[in-house]
Design a protein around this ligand. Structure first.
Ligand SMILES: Cc1cc2nc3c(=O)[nH]c(=O)nc-3n(C[C@H](O)[C@H](O)[C@H](O)COP(=O)(O)O)c2cc1C
Length: 187
C-alpha cells in the first residue's frame, strides 16, 4: 500500500480548502491502493520557521518540528490542496515545506487547486518550483477548479461533478505509478 497524505494548504478562518480536500479525500479512500491521511495545516499550526539549522541535518529542536517530520516521513505520495493568493500559493504551505528536507525527498506530489478564472494554476506553477528544491517529483496530472464556488452548495459542501471526479481518479492512478517507482528508488 502507498501512504498518501492530502495536505490542506489554506488556514484562514472561513476558508474553503477543507470542502475541496474532503471531496478529493472521499475519492482517494475508494482507491484501493492507498492508505489516506488528511493533513490540515490549520491543525498542524506550525509557527514561522523557527529551527536554527538547515533541515537536511534533521537536528530539530522543537516538538512541533519533530511531529511534522514524523507525519511527512511516513508519506509516500502527497496531494497539496491549494488556493491561490495574489497569483501565488498561501505562505502556510511554503513554511510547512521549508521545515523539512529529507522527509520530502524522492516522493511524488500532485495538486488540487481552486480559484477564479485561473483555477489556482498560477499558485501550482509557483509551488512546483519550490517542491523540486526538496527533490520531490511533481507529476503533470492535477485537478484545477476555476470558478470553484459554483461547485459548493449552500452549506459549503462540494457538489460532485463527474468530470472533476474523473480528473481526480486520473491523478490518483498516475500518482500511484510514480509513488511505487519512487518507493523502490528510496529503498
Ligand atoms: C488574500 C487573498 C488573495 C486572493 N488572491 C486570489 C488570486 O490571486 N487568484 C484567485 O483565483 N483567487 C484569489 N483569491 C480568492 C480565493 O480564490 C478565494 O478566497 C478562496 O476561497 C481562497 O481559498 P481558501 O478559502 O481555502 O482560503 C484570493 C483570496 C484571498 C483571501
Amino acid at each position: 500500500m502507498i501512504n498518501l497524505k492530502i495536505i490542506i494548504a489554506s488556514t484562514r478562518p472561513g476558508r474553503k480548502g477543507p470542502a475541496i480536500a474532503n471531496w478529493f479525500y472521499d475519492i482517494a479512500v475508494k482507491h484501493t491502493e492507498f492508505n489516506v491521511e488528511l493533513i490540515d495545516l490549520a491543525d498542524v499550526n506550525l509557527p514561522f520557521l523557527d529551527e536554527p539549522e538547515h533541515p537536511r541535518f534533521q537536528r530539530y529542536q522543537h516538538q512541533h518540528t519533530k511531529d511534522w517530520s514524523a507525519k511527512i516521513a511516513s508519506g509516500d505520495a502527497f496531494v497539496i490542496v491549494t488556493s491561490e493568493y495574489n497569483y501565488g500559493f498561501p505562505a502556510t504551505i511554503k513554511n510547512a515545506i521549508d521545515y523539512l528536507f529529507k522527509e520530502w525527498n524522492y516522493k511524488a506530489v500532485s495538486f488540487v487547486s481552486y480559484g477564479g478564472v485561473s483555477g489556482g494554476t498560477r499558485a501550482v506553477q509557483m509551488l512546483k518550483a519550490v517542491i523540486t528544491a526538496v527533490s520531490m517529483m511533481p507529476i503533470s496530472d492535477a485537478v484545477h477548479i476555476p470558478a470553484f464556488t459554483k461547485h459548493l452548495d449552500e452549506n459549503g459542501k462540494f457538489i460532485n461533478d463527474p468530470g472533476l471526479d474523473k480528473s481526480a481518479d486520473m491523478v490518483l492512478n498516475e500518482l500511484y505509478k510514480w509513488a511505487v517507482a519512487l518507493k523502490t528508488m528510496r529503498e
